[in-house]
Design a protein around this ligand. Structure first.
Ligand code: GDP
Length: 359
């Protein structure tokens, strides 16, 4: 081998070794960075994109009802599981279906109507296998919930006002914050009106949420006239560029009569601007089941409710209350709360809901 060739080979070996060392160092630094960041490597594009994408807020995936309705699904499937292996659709089979609906808190009246309809459906479909009752029940429930107007309406022009009513603790404030976040994301700045002047803590809590989701807030002194807060908020909305005013109201006062009279007054103030009041949303805590329904009747009678927000569906086996509410109050469930974070509010979709109830 000539000395020149040997020199070239030696240089080549050095260059190759240098490259391999550099590559090794690079990989180990990257591994260290990832370890410091506390997570595994995301299976996404090029490294150069990492820095840029970390600065952009990743929109949260809306929660799936199926993931949050596990408790109600488990309750239903325990009772309906008794249909498996039965030879005929006998009284015991019907008892299992009835029990499933009652335990899920569908309520006695609605359960008995649904069972009658299901009997007719089973006869019309000439069904003889008890297990076939389950898909028929699914169909029955979807049909029962079909056809309602579940949209949240906005004023065609000018400010939109949505009023929230319901007993304390049902989730009014949280729901207002969740909706404000959604409206803001849709390009409609939101202004929150703290018209529960009965408790100072209520306005503080609303202001806290307003900060968190980037909404504006109007509040009055403790004990101030709630109507005046609504009036001020509606006046301020135009100037502050708010597209929608979300009004929190008291859920408890010295007497129920006082409370209902106060709510009627608040409603009248909101109605002074023609076309502004688009929704009166009653917030019901699903975990209170049939008791929630009784409270709901009182609010519905006083303020002419346009829709229900059913909260805490994630924490209850009583999801069947949706059917009782719609049947007994004749008010559509428009939204359901499935958790405590601002993203945990989803539009109520009957098909998705019923699918989530069955395994
Ligand atoms: P308000 O008194 O009616 O305004 O009720 P809040 O908004 O203060 O809510 C009462 C409690 O219920 C709080 O701890 C909330 O985090 C909780 N909450 C509200 N909505 C939901 C929901 O959809 N799921 C669960 N698990 N908790 C909720």
């Amino acid at each position: 081998m000539s000395p020149t060739l040997a020199a070239v080979l030696l240089i080549g070996i050095f260059v190759l070794a240098g490259l391999l060392i550099a590559l090794g160092l690079g990989l180990s630094r990257r591994a260290q960075r990832l370890e410091e960041a506390g997570g595994p490597a995301a299976p996404t594009g090029a490294d150069t994109a990492d820095a840029a994408s970390s600065a952009v807020a990743v929109p949260a995936r809306p929660p799936l009802l199926r993931d949050r309705l596990g408790k109600t699904r488990a309750t239903l499937s325990r009772s309906l599981g008794a249909l498996t292996g039965r030879r005929a659709i006998d009284d015991d089979a019907w008892d299992s279906v009835e029990e499933a609906l009652l335990v899920a808190d569908v309520g006695v009246a609605t359960t008995s109507r649904l069972i009658n309809d299901l009997r007719a459906r089973a006869a019309a479909n000439r069904v003889s296998d008890p297990e076939q009752l389950v898909p028929l029940l699914r169909e029955e429930l979807v049909e029962d919930l079909a056809g309602a107007d579940r949209l949240l309406h906005h004023a065609p022009d000018g400010t939109t006002v949505w009023l929230f009513v319901g007993v304390n603790g049902t989730g009014k404030t949280t729901t207002i914050a969740k909706l404000a976040q959604r409206e803001i994301a849709d390009g409609r700045p939101a202004l929150l009106a703290a018209a529960d002047t009965f408790r100072a803590a209520a306005a503080d809590q609303l202001s806290h949420w307003a900060d968190r989701v980037g909404a504006d807030v109007v509040r009055g002194q403790e004990g101030a006239d709630p109507g005046s807060v609504v009036f001020d908020a509606m006046n301020a909305a135009g100037g502050r560029g708010a597209g929608v005013v979300l009004v929190d109201t008291a859920g408890r006062m010295h007497t129920k009569v006082n409370l209902m009279e106060e709510l009627k007054k608040v409603r009248r103030i909101a109605e002074r601007t023609p076309g502004a009041l688009q929704e009166v949303l009653l917030v019901i805590d699903a975990t209170t089941g049939q008791n929630g329904l009784t409270q709901a009747t009182q609010f519905a009678d006083a303020v002419d409710v346009t829709g229900v927000v059913l909260t805490k569906l994630d924490g209850t086996a009583k999801g069947g209350i949706v059917l009782a509410i719609e049947a007994e109050l004749d008010i559509p469930v428009k939204l359901v709360g499935v958790g405590e974070s601002p993203d945990d509010l989803v539009p109520f979709d009957p098909e998705e809901f019923v699918a989530a109830l069955f395994a």
